[in-house]
Design a protein around this ligand. Structure first.
Ligand SMILES: [Zn+2]
Length: 83
């Protein structure tokens, strides 16, 4: 649910777009961190592979949502690459 009013004019920066981008970046970082931890655990032979697979799958799924939101906003709002 997105109730932000579309009130950005012309080439002004769109705070909503920036917010969505930050959210997306945060999810991406979390996924990268999980992959790092996975790799470290594999090296120490201390991993429950199934559990990690599941965590990574969830992190990937969680990343799809902000990605879709971001592009959804940019496409309807037309604020891409304006600031
Ligand atoms: Zn926008």
């Amino acid at each position: 649910m997105d109730s932000a009013p579309p009130r950005t004019e012309g080439a002004e920066r769109c705070l909503e777009r920036e917010r969505l981008l930050r959210e997306w970046t945060r999810c991406g970082r979390r996924l990268a961190k999980l992959l790092d931890e996975h790799l470290a655990a594999v090296k120490r032979r201390k991993t429950n592979f199934t559990e990690f697979q599941e965590q990574i799958r969830l992190a990937r799924t969680a990343e799809v949502e902000p990605c879709r939101k971001y592009y959804g906003h940019v496409n309807t709002h037309g604020c891409a690459f304006n600031g």
